[in-house]
Design a protein around this ligand. Structure first.
Ligand SMILES: [Zn+2]
Ligand SMILES: [Zn+2]
Length: 369
């Protein structure tokens, strides 16, 4: 969080130095146009939560007072807080889609898309072409339905999402993934023990009841699924503690994780968030293993993660996707390689258009396969 604070403070300092705030008008909805000053700033919550902002303000003030610009008048602390809050709550990341790793190259305020609310099950996503921000639908949207984007990764667990949204955007998320018992049940479900059924069986206090779809008995499957979940959570926690201590990635931990993912995949429903979280950790640890088996396991895990997640540009970072495609071709799994390349190409066609460098690059991979 400290690094995000630093980035936002820097952007605010540059804005203040240029003296460019509050006067731009953005097109909006039927209610009329909005200006930068109409954006929410939550200054009192901000100050309560981040008293260090006073120190940041003093640093920026010293910097502005000593700088050679024509605008030496530094706004007072309350104006700074409002500016900071408006920027923090409403900024959009600007991605460089030409960069092989799809990196964030800046942050900006976009008055029109800043009206869009958040959902942990978004129906649209934000993408950027140069400095232009585009909002693209990722599923059919009914005429009266709200367009919603995700302010953070929907793949984090509910508690983490709720905390992040409350601390950074000052609201309690009431989206279906956070409140609807059916959606929540699917996010914490196992597969029915009947291999041909694939129905989600919630892992709550009624775990082990017979399947509502096929009637199969599920008691022993529930015991195994709960054990697999405990194992996954224990390893994830261990990895997160190791990462927090900035220790190097541990190949042994990585193999433990991918083994637990394999066990979990046979027992848990594909939307189970612990499984998604485990995949995410596996991707972050890619490269931790140097053995041939370890490489295969990490590629397999990465493939599953890429195929199951379709909502974030970061998930389609060029290098990991391309590594998996190459690995699939090496293993004579051409059909899967083609399916993956088509999926990535389709994604970039949606978010960046048919003329984008990314779409063209992935189409050329497709024709080379
Ligand atoms: Zn939510
Ligand atoms: Zn069933």
């Amino acid at each position: 969080m400290a690094s995000q604070e630093r980035k936002v403070s820097t952007s605010v300092a540059v804005t203040m130095q240029r003296h460019e705030f509050g006067d731009t008008i953005g097109a909006c909805n039927q209610k009329g146009t909005r200006t930068f000053n109409d954006l929410m700033s939550h200054e009192s919550e901000l100050l309560r939560q981040r008293p260090r902002l006073l120190t940041s303000y003093n640093k920026i003030k010293t910097f502005l007072d000593q700088s050679d610009t024509d605008h030496k008048i530094c706004p007072d602390f309350l104006s700074f807080l409002r500016l900071y809050g408006r920027f923090l709550i409403n900024n959009f990341s600007i991605y460089d889609l030409k960069h092989p790793a799809v990196v964030v190259v800046g942050r900006g305020i976009y008055l029109q898309p800043s009206v869009l609310d958040h959902s942990c099950q978004p129906n649209a996503l934000q993408c950027s072409i140069g400095k232009t921000v585009l909002i693209k639908a990722i599923k059919p949207i009914e005429q009266k339905e709200d367009v919603r984007i995700a302010y953070m990764s929907p793949f984090d667990v509910r508690e983490k999402r709720q905390l992040y949204l409350a601390e950074n955007y000052f609201f309690n998320c009431g989206c279906p993934a956070c409140t609807d018992p059916k959606v929540q049940a699917e996010r914490n479900a196992m597969l029915c023990s009947n291999k041909d059924c694939h129905f989600p069986i919630p892992l709550d206090d009624k775990a082990g009841e017979s399947c509502r779809k096929c009637g199969s008995e599920n008691a022993s499957q529930a015991v195994a699924a709960n054990a697999a979940l405990d194992r996954l959570l224990a390893i994830i926690l261990q990895i997160q503690q190791t990462t927090a201590g900035r220790q190097p990635k541990d190949p042994k931990q990585y193999i433990e994780l991918t083994t637990a993912i394999d066990q979990g995949t046979t027992l848990l429903y594909p939307t189970n968030f612990t499984l998604a979280l485990a995949h995410k950790e596996a991707v972050a640890m890619l490269g931790a293993s140097t053995t041939e088996n370890g490489l295969d396991a990490s590629m397999e895990s990465l493939l599953k993660t890429i195929v199951s997640r379709r909502q974030h540009i970061g998930d389609y970072s060029y290098q990991p996707c391309f590594l998996v495609v190459k690995w699939l071709v090496d293993k004579d799994r051409d059909r899967e390689a083609m399916a993956l390349v088509s999926q990535v190409a389709e994604f970039f066609k949606t978010v960046a258009g048919e003329t984008s460098v990314f779409y063209k690059a992935w189409c050329s991979h497709l024709s080379n396969l």
